[in-house]
Design a protein around this ligand. Structure first.
Ligand code: GDG
Length: 494
């Protein structure tokens, strides 16, 4: 992509706000810089809506201390929000990734509570809210994404009560017993309640949120709706701004909208002869084992990589999966490497891999083919095609798109998905072999069942999962959310 033309400050009727922009600022060692498009699922889902509505995308370009004017990129108006080095440390690596992330994932790792991180979170959320307000036309629809920006809905409503505001939480929302640890638990709930619709991955997440609202604010909740009084009794102030129509409360909808992928895009790539050839090559490079097992994750403690390695390592040690016949390919893509918990995790995982390979490998065969790297999408799809068994053993995961990508890729209706019941995807992919990753014996049994599953059963299960993923793709996700959002926004302002 070439350097963008700076565009004048424009007003937009549809605005997406997320921590990261759909484009990355890349700086070469020689100092030259360019923008690269990052074609994530969210971008693919929202691109058509963006183009139809002359949309703007507000977010951070991924590098500190970068102050760039808004510009247009592939039909989307990009509004960069600058973050200083300290803000990246305190708001992003600190409060977002070392406080909220572990807290929202059932405290698998200990959340760190630091007041200066919270201060940075408030300050940066205000900057995102201001940038979104400045880009929004009268009565625009604004869609805020994810846990890094939970205060933005309230901040936006305070200055722009005309806006229809949606929020989608990509990660779980924890049970109240865990959530209540957060010293700023009330402020976050109030921040989210600034939205007209709050979307979650699972029904359980929406229920956990509603319970937190009842416990902390005492607002009545009925099914998916929450009545937010315009006068907040506990504070004696107008907490969420006025609405038209003179109703004593605003109705906020909190419900599940399970996110998905662009399934046909995955299938289209998987059908390309060069990618199928690459899948064959991968098996060959592994020494043509009878069974290839695959794990693909960001190297994150929520993904249960250690549990998976433990189960597989025991099966190898017991001789149930001979090293000449079965190989586990584990892709662990680098993630959040400046956060301590992630550095420790990497050491633990690599120690385990080294031990298993050292104890049980032969000169020609290692039980685990481990890759701490990020592959191009084509290579990922070739890996999915090459894998007889896919292991998704998350201890807690909002959705887990890898599970859906595996199913979308397998147009041959083959392959077995072993899927944690703690991943949101398990609500939909019920024909996977569902497992509790904490139950190592149960996990071992499921791996063996997957390795030995007859072709006819593999086909029936994969067919059902594929139907689900194709019927509920990411375009359906965004249109379902936006339909509820615009309906509820209209109701609130009529
Ligand atoms: C959060 C929530 C929720 C991974 N390694 C490589 C690579 N990937 C891609 C996968 C997949 C994506 O990254 C990972 O998505 P997940 O959903 O599995 O997990 P998180 O990153 O934790 O995402 C999660 C999601 O948000 C969406 O709402 O499902 O629960 O935690 O698309 O394919 N892609 C490439 N190379 C890699 O090495 N190209």
């Amino acid at each position: 992509m070439t350097a963008p033309d700076a565009a004048e400050t424009e007003l937009h009727s549809f605005v997406v706000v997320s921590n990261r922009l759909p484009v990355d600022r890349v700086v070469e060692p020689d100092g030259s810089a360019y923008w690269s498009h990052s074609p994530g699922g969210l971008v693919t889902a929202l691109e058509p809506v963006m183009r139809r509505n002359d949309g703007a995308w507000v977010g951070w370009a991924g590098l500190p201390d970068l102050d760039i004017e808004p510009f247009d990129s592939d039909g989307i108006h990009i509004v960069p929000v600058p973050l200083s080095v300290e803000e990246v440390r305190d708001y992003y690596e600190g409060f977002s990734n070392d406080t909220l992330w572990p807290l929202y994932h059932d405290v698998i790792s200990h959340p760190q509570y630091h007041r200066e991180w919270w201060d940075a979170y408030v300050r940066v959320n205000q900057r995102f809210a201001d940038a979104a307000a400045a880009a929004s036309a009268q009565d625009a629809v604004v869609w805020v994404q994810d846990y890094q920006l939970q205060l933005v809905p309230k901040m936006l409503r305070e200055t722009r009560p005309d806006l229809t505001i949606g929020f989608f939480n990509h990660i779980p929302f924890p049970p109240y017993g865990i959530y209540s640890q957060l010293p700023w638990r009330t402020q976050i709930i109030e921040g989210l309640l600034g939205a007209d619709v709050i979307g979650f991955q699972r029904l359980a997440d929406a229920n956990n949120f509603s319970r937190a609202v009842r416990r902390l604010k005492g607002f009545p909740t009925r099914g998916t709706t929450i009545d937010v009084p315009l006068i907040d009794e506990s504070q004696g102030v107008r907490a969420h701004g006025p609405i038209k129509g003179g109703k004593p409360f605003r109705t906020v909808i909190a419900r599940q909208f399970p996110i998905s992928i662009d399934a046909s895009d995955f299938e289209e790539l998987a059908r390309r002869p060069e990618i199928q050839e690459r899948a064959r090559e991968i098996r060959e490079e592994l020494g043509n084992p009878k069974t290839v097992i695959l794990g693909v994750d960001r190297l994150d403690y929520t993904k249960g990589i250690g549990h998976r390695l433990k189960a597989f390592g025991e099966l190898v040690a017991e001789g149930k999966v001979p090293v000449e016949e079965v190989t586990l390919v584990q892709v662990a893509s680098p993630s959040r490497e400046r956060v301590d918990a992630y550095r420790q995790l990497r050491d633990e995982i690599e120690l385990m891999v080294g031990r298993i390979n050292g104890d049980h490998g032969t000169i020609g065969h290692a039980p685990i083919s481990y890759h701490h790297t990020s592959y191009p999408r084509e290579e990922m799809i070739a890996l999915y095609l090459a894998a007889d068994v896919m292991l998704v053993t998350a201890l807690r995961d909002g959705m887990n798109l890898v599970a859906k990508e595996y199913a979308a890729t397998r147009f041959d209706e083959d392959g077995v998905l072993v899927l944690s019941e703690f991943a949101g995807a398990s609500d939909e992919l019920k024909r996977a072999l569902l497992i509790n990753p904490h139950d190592i014996d149960g996990l071992k049994d499921s791996i063996m069942r997957a390795v030995q599953m007859p072709r006819s059963e593999r086909r029936t299960r994969m067919r059902a999962m594929r139907r689900r993923v194709f019927d509920n793709d990411v375009a359906k996700w965004s249109s379902a959310f936006l339909e509820v959002l615009t309906a509820n926004g209209r109701k609130a302002s009529s």
